[in-house]
Design a protein around this ligand. Structure first.
Ligand SMILES: Nc1ncnc2c1ncn2[C@@H]1O[C@H](COP(=O)(O)OP(=O)(O)OP(=O)(O)O)[C@@H](O)[C@H]1O
Length: 365
């Protein structure tokens, strides 16, 4: 069963306010989006004081919507009008985005895709659907390339689920001392920037296509990347505006497609592959993640999600299968702890080193 915008609004009329009316009749619902089973919206309080008292209502709204048939996930953010003269953004040290204004429509561009000055190669890491390990692969590959002496940047373009700061163990906010350029963060030999560090949660929810593209363009051109051999871009999952516009405006060295061996993930991966083919972005290879599970106790290897599907797809497309990465608890623990597994030693680190080595040997990284 699919849920619609109207279903959500109708349900929200049940959420009455202590001083009369409900969140819909009082016009507090903003930027409601329904994408598949995911519902996101903002509740906008008339002032910060009322906003502070509305946390219970925000939680109730989230629970109410999450309980509707067809809804897998509901995210509700609370925002409030600022009294005149008070900006929303604080300084970099306040745990808030830096003051540099980010977002807005992308600047018009003449001609076809262009190079980003100082950056020799750009690799996009993409997947057809979320949760297949795209961010994990991006972080580990960046670290593996840096370990082999490449000058590497990592740009987390996933505004709805930015995960690179956690995976790379970065807690600071980036700074913009001159208000024009942004100093990237540094971790495990990699220069890192995440769009999630530049915007508040509310902005992330409200932004759609053009605003997001404007922000991404700024991150490509206004971050002090310096001279890079390769910039890895961790794309949002799927085949949306961001992927399209990015490849139309910027010269990409190629795309790496991450998929799990499950058929459903592969079907989605095929959509991503078709999109890059249409955009004439070279597909450098497929990477199978969560390929097999090796029992840490007895060493028995099990293909939990099936086996061979990604390799067969790669053959069919005539693109290389760049690597098969095992499902390993250590990968998740390392990601959660902020030190990608590729930074250490062991079989998974070696698998990433092999992928990095291949890309370097072919002049792609
Ligand atoms: N090979 C692996 N073994 C064990 N856990 C993994 C592996 N790859 C990824 N994970 C874990 O799976 C979860 C999802 O991974 P990740 O965030 O990289 O996926 P994603 O495709 O970027 O998802 P999204 O774009 O939806 O955020 C994370 O908790 C990550 O640590």
């Amino acid at each position: 069963m699919t849920v619609t915008r109207d279903d959500v609004l109708k349900a929200l009329t049940r959420l009455t306010l202590p001083d009369g009316g409900d969140v819909v009749s009082r016009d507090l619902v903003r930027a409601l989006s329904v994408e598949g089973g995911t519902v996101r919206f903002v509740l906008e309080a008339p002032d910060p004081e009322t906003g502070r008292r509305m946390e219970g209502i925000r939680r109730a709204a989230e629970e109410l919507v999450a309980g509707l048939p067809g809804v897998g996930k509901a995210t509700v953010a609370l925002t409030a009008h600022q009294p005149k003269g008070q900006g929303a953004a604080g300084g970099a040290s306040a745990g808030e985005p830096p003051k540099l204004k980010i977002g807005g429509h992308p600047t018009p561009q003449q001609g076809g895709p262009q190079k980003v000055p100082g950056i020799d190669r750009i690799l996009v890491v993409a997947s057809g659907k979320g949760g297949v390990g795209k961010s994990t692969v991006s972080a580990n590959l960046a670290v593996a390339l840096a370990k082999q002496g490449r000058r590497v940047g990592l740009l987390d373009a996933d505004i709805y689920g930015p995960s690179q700061p956690r995976m790379m163990g970065v807690k600071d906010r980036p700074d913009s001392p001159d208000g024009k350029t942004i100093v990237p963060l540094q971790a495990h030999g990699v220069k890192m920037m995440s769009i999630g560090l530049m915007v508040s949660e509310e902005q992330a929810l409200v932004w759609r296509g053009p605003m997001l593209m404007g922000a991404l363009q700024q991150l490509l051109n206004q971050v002090q990347w310096g001279e890079l051999d390769v910039l890895i871009i961790d794309l949002p999952p799927g085949t949306g505006d961001v992927q399209l516009t990015l490849c139309q405006r910027t010269i990409m060295t190629g795309a790496l497609i991450v998929s799990t061996p499950q058929d459903v993930a592969l079907l989605d991966a095929r959509k991503a592959i078709n999109m890059f083919q249409m955009l004439k972005t070279p597909i450098l290879g497929l990477i199978e993640n969560m390929s097999s599970y090796v029992c840490p106790n007895c060493g028995h290897e099990e293909h939990l999600f099936g086996h061979g599907g990604v390799a067969a797809e790669a053959r069919k497309l005539g693109v290389p299968l760049l690597g098969e990465l095992p499902l390993s608890l250590d990968v998740r623990l390392a990601g959660d702890a902020g030190t990608p597994i590729a930074a250490g030693e062991g079989p998974v680190a070696e698998a990433y080193a092999a992928i990095a080595g291949k890309l370097i040997a072919e002049g792609k990284a």
